[in-house]
Design a protein around this ligand. Structure first.
Ligand code: NAD
Ligand code: TYD
Length: 356
């Protein structure tokens, strides 16, 4: 088969990366995917079970901070596209241990940019038009009050070590466009949810705790607002930006689903009560909500204005929050073994079984 794109997907064993790889291999059989992942606690090779046999797919166990390996891979695989997901992604972990965030999110992105610059701009590049797509977050814009929305022109104002490291990487990516003419695009999206999300983030954590009768911790007053984006919508947006985005541009991607955390948690509990009945206690699951100490520097509200990507590329989200949550709850119910293996750590054995 004539291969149309040779994509280096970084962090493809994480939540969004897995959903992206699955979507691309299904919809674009003439795109080759090299999935490069360090397999940190958030990387789960089991999420791509069955995909190893696909001839258009290769897994590489590596760290994006390894400059020599990145250079070799660009040359060996004639990489013409990068979709850069790899990152440390959890705000709470960035508060207790920021060093890994600086290393992977900043140094790692810099290392990849250098490898791309060398392959595409310094060596005699013979392949098709290359593109470096950097996946980032709306958290770089800081926190909103009761009104307003983040636009692509909103100044950066990151508040956590996580968002500061992502903002820093966005600036580097943008600088490589202006300074070297590296063909880059940046996407800044809101909070994703859906299948394969690690159960430390709010939605899968609440699912897991509700199923096991544990308390459901709400930080502060629970009135913090996030704009929830179903992961499939996000992955489709990334494909559109990869195909049709303009070099040097940033695109905000949102779900048009602003919700307070308390409402999100209640919706999950009510959906579970409805689908599988009340737990043995006979009490609605939402009775397990507890209010706990707030996260330091907790951003009050995020909201994305996604009109630019709609105007420019014709993308808009398809999933309402209710539909997305229903799909998500159904997926977690059907994949309770997956959740259990992540919680007890046995998901890590899969790598040893496959690769020794
Ligand atoms: P995740 O934490 O689930 O997965 C991250 C993946 O990156 C893991 O597979 C991990 O093993 C890998 N990784 C970490 N360090 C690495 C390194 N040094 N070298 C190679 N691989 C490494 O993250 P996610 O939720 O899938 O997020 C993906 C991207 O999207 C991140 O860049 C994140 O900042 C961004 N983002 C996520 C959300 C969200 O709601 N999840 C929202 C906005 C933006
Ligand atoms: P999270 O899923 O960690 O994503 P982010 O911090 O990137 O937005 O958290 C989503 C929201 O839920 C955020 O306002 C923090 C809050 N939250 C809780 O109230 N309790 C929890 O146990 C967690 C993990 C998050």
């Amino acid at each position: 088969m004539d291969i149309k794109r040779r994509i280096l997907v970084t962090g493809g064993c994480g939540f969004i990366g897995v959903n992206f790889i699955r979507l691309v291999l299904q919809d674009y059989p003439d795109w080759r995917i090299i999935n490069l992942d360090k397999l940190t606690y958030a990387g789960n090779l089991q999420n791509l079970k069955g995909i190893e046999e696909n001839k258009q797919y290769r897994f590489v166990h590596a760290d994006i901070c390894d400059a020599e390996q990145m250079e070799q891979l660009f040359a060996a695989e004639q990489i013409d596209s990068v979709v850069h997901f790899a990152a440390e992604s959890h705000v709470d972990r960035s508060i207790t241990g920021p060093a890994e965030f600086i290393q992977t999110n900043i140094i790692g992105t810099f290392t990849l940019l250098e490898a791309a610059r060398k392959a595409w701009l310094e060596d005699s590049w013979q392949g098709s038009d290359p593109r470096f797509l950097h996946v980032s977050t709306d958290e770089v814009y800081g926190s909103l009050g009761a009104t307003g929305m983040f636009r692509e022109t909103t100044p950066f104002d990151p508040r956590s070590p996580y968002s500061a490291s992502k903002a820093s990487s966005d600036h580097l990516v943008s600088a490589y466009f202006h300074t070297y003419g590296l063909p880059v695009v940046i996407t800044n999206c809101s909070n994703n949810y859906g299948p394969y999300q690690f159960p430390e983030k709010l939605i899968p954590l609440v699912f897991h705790n509700s199923m096991t009768g544990k308390p459901l911790p709400i930080y502060g007053d629970g009135k913090y607002v996030r704009d929830w984006l179903y992961v499939k919508d996000h992955c489709e947006a990334i494909v559109e930006v990869l195909k049709k985005g303009k070099d040097g541009e940033s695109y905000n991607i949102g779900g048009n689903n602003e919700k307070q955390n308390l409402e999100v948690v209640t919706t999950i509990c009510d959906t579970l009560d409805e689908k599988i009945g009340l737990p043995a206690s006979g009490e609605p699951r939402k009775n397990n909500i507890i209010f706990v100490k707030d996260r330091p520097g907790h951003d009050r509200r995020y909201a994305i204005d996604a009109s630019f990507i709609k105007e420019q590329l014709g993308w808009e989200p398809k999933f309402s929050f209710d539909k997305g949550i229903e799909n998500t709850v159904e997926w977690y119910l059907a994949n309770q073994e997956w959740v259990a293996s992540v919680v007890d750590g046995s998901y890590r054995d899969y790598y040893k079984k496959m690769y020794g």
